[in-house]
Design a protein around this ligand. Structure first.
Ligand SMILES: Cc1cc2nc3c(=O)[nH]c(=O)nc-3n(C[C@H](O)[C@H](O)[C@H](O)COP(=O)(O)OP(=O)(O)OC[C@H]3O[C@@H](n4cnc5c(N)ncnc54)[C@H](O)[C@@H]3O)c2cc1C
Length: 528
């Protein structure tokens, strides 16, 4: 047994942002907490990496649009160094001829839209208000532990009644609209309301970022609503860039956890969750070291947690089947370019290059890009989200140099013929695609790095390289996330909990899953 002085109340497997948030809440409640992170630094998919000497980029997540304001306040992240380098990041939907459309905050457009349509501005404003109202309803349920279905418990019944009442309170029109669009695909919704291809392409791409969906897939409305539950600087649905990259956000979370008394050990991959007398009682590291605790909390995704770290022998076969069936095929690749100067984009001035730039000129373009990936091919004309963080934050690169950080869709997890033979071709394809909007980009590149979903899986221990640790779809949501029987952050084994993006409410750098898991653990106390 671990000597009493080294014994922890809780061990958290994984120091991703949700693990750090959970540690901070448990530590603040007086628990002795140990975070064990496999990588050399905490932060998970929201840590910084130096991908070329002197060039530091946000490893996967690069835009802050989902961080829960309550989590940020409770952990006092500002006092731990979190600052924004750009509090309200605009989105520019690029047109090859320079007639771009600019979004200010969440889907708010300016007169740039008038070039394309006389009616889109007013229609988009109506659609935006509806989506934000429904997004607000979702958000109200994000910060709570989902209820269990069909139990005798009063707290579950009350939670379900609150959900029903919140939907009822939307009013007849919004309720009807919500039911109408929830099962629809985003392409149909946009085609009903809007005219401009460029506008619809940009919104359609936002709806499928990080998912295995195209704009004509069911669930694509829901994934847009999920994005719109976020906020930045108090503006619903808005986006921001943190000073120092996303790594600065997770460094502030790690500092908050340590200030609350948590110990964080990096370079410490956990090999197994230990079980004794039918309850989790500690972990064994890959080195063979054993550490005991009253409870174990996993920030790893559900497949890794249940099938690898715990093992099917402790679970019933129906549960194991459900976990195996969680859809985790990633389609987003991350491209990092080190540049010897600021590139030029047709129709944009140097300051505008600090905003978020999208290549998604129409719904058909995005859907065609997705088509390839259904058949194990990469897109030959990919949809791309880019930022050049060094425009607002010069310290991330050597003086006068720049970084282009891009999410490139679609890159399937399983590529016919394998990624090793195709990696360079796909990088060239992405660069050629961007160059149509930024002639001369190629001549500025000094170094390049591509992370395919397979690389993301290996480097960040996310199966399938999936952004959300599991597709965000109606059958994998709320009291069904990750699977029925484990959707309240408690595993079907006493003493074991989960706190990562695979649980409610899903992925994005929100911190809510970590907070909700801590709430559940503290509520259970010693009873579980
Ligand atoms: C390409 C890409 C781009 C993205 N862009 C954005 C974006 O711009 N904005 C945004 O908000 N979100 C973005 N996301 C999503 C976001 O990164 C994730 O949803 C979020 O990081 C999930 O946080 P987490 O703490 O739950 O899990 P993770 O960040 O995955 O952290 C889990 C941690 O557990 C550790 N771990 C796993 N197994 C073990 C083990 N056995 N032992 C010890 N440690 C272990 C891992 O090393 C990791 O550090 C992006 C994701 C991807 C893949």
């Amino acid at each position: 047994m671990t000597p009493a002085a080294n014994r922890y109340d809780a061990i958290i497997i994984g120091g991703g942002h949700n693990g750090l948030v959970c540690a901070a809440y448990l530590g603040s409640a007086g628990q002795r907490v140990l975070v064990l992170e496999a990588a050399a630094a905490p932060g998970g998919a929201a840590a910084n990496v130096e991908f070329s000497p002197g060039f530091t980029v946000s490893g996967c997540a690069h835009i802050l649009n989902m961080l829960d304001p309550k989590v940020s306040r409770d952990l006092n992240l500002a006092s731990h160094g979190l600052k924004l380098s750009l509090p309200n990041l605009k989105t520019i939907a690029l047109a090859e001829d320079g007639r771009h459309i600019t979004f200010d905050g969440a889907l708010a457009t300016n007169d740039s839209l008038q070039v394309y349509s006389k009616t889109d501005k007013a229609n988009l404003a109506d659609l935006r208000r509806l989506l934000l109202r429904i997004g607000k309803l979702l958000k109200d349920f994000y910060g709570t532990v989902p209820p269990r279905l069909g139990t005798e418990s009063w707290s579950d019944r009350i939670a379900l009644a609150k959900l029903g009442w919140a939907i009822r309170r939307l009013g007849r029109n919004d309720m009807r609209e919500m039911l109408r669009i929830a099962g629809c695909n985003i392409a149909d919704v946009l085609n009903d309301e809007l005219e401009s291809d460029l506008l619809k392409g940009a919104i359609g791409f936002d709806a499928v970022l990080g998912t295995e969906l195209g704009p004509r897939s069911p669930n694509s409305v829901f994934s847009l609503l999920h994005r719109l539950t976020g906020e930045a600087n108090g503006i619903p649905g808005a986006l921001a860039l943190p000073e120092g990259g996303m790594g600065a956000v997770t460094r502030a979370m790690a500092a908050a956890a340590e200030a609350a008394g948590a110990d964080i050990r990096t370079g410490s991959p956990v090999a197994r969750i230990l079980v004794e007398n039918d309850r989790a009682m500690g972990v064994a590291l890959e080195t063979g070291e054993v550490i005991h605790a009253d409870i174990v909390v996993s920030n790893a995704d559900p497949k890794t947690t249940y099938l690898k770290l715990l093992g099917p022998q402790y679970l019933d076969t129906g549960f194991v089947r459900r976990v195996k069936n969680i859809r985790t095929r990633g389609t987003a690749a991350k491209l990092h370019l080190a540049l010897d100067g600021l590139p030029e984009f047709t129709g944009l001035d140097a300051k505008e290059l600090g905003q978020r730039l999208l290549i998604a000129p129409s719904l058909d373009y995005v859907e065609r890009a997705f088509n390839h990936c259904k058949y194990g091919e990469y897109s030959t004309a990919p949809a791309i989200e880019m930022i050049i963080p060094t425009v607002n934050d010069a310290a991330l690169a050597p003086q006068g140099k720049h970084i282009l950080s891009a999410v490139v869709q679609y890159a399937p997890y399983e590529l016919k013929g394998g990624w090793e033979n195709a990696r360079d071709e796909f990088i060239d394809t992405a660069i050629k695609t961007i160059s149509a909007y930024a002639p001369g980009l190629e001549g500025r590149i000094i170094a390049r790095e591509l992370l395919t979903p397979r690389d993301i899986e290996e480097k960040y221990r996310m199966p399938g390289g999936h952004w959300h640790h599991g597709e965000l779809a109606l059958d994998q949501l709320y009291m069904m996330r990750p699977v029925p029987g484990a959707a309240q952050y408690a595993a079907p084994l006493p003493g074991l909990y989960t706190c990562g993006a695979g649980g409610h409410p899903g992925g994005g750098v929100m911190g809510i899953a970590g907070k909700n898991a801590a709430d559940r653990i503290l509520k259970d106390g010693k009873s579980r």
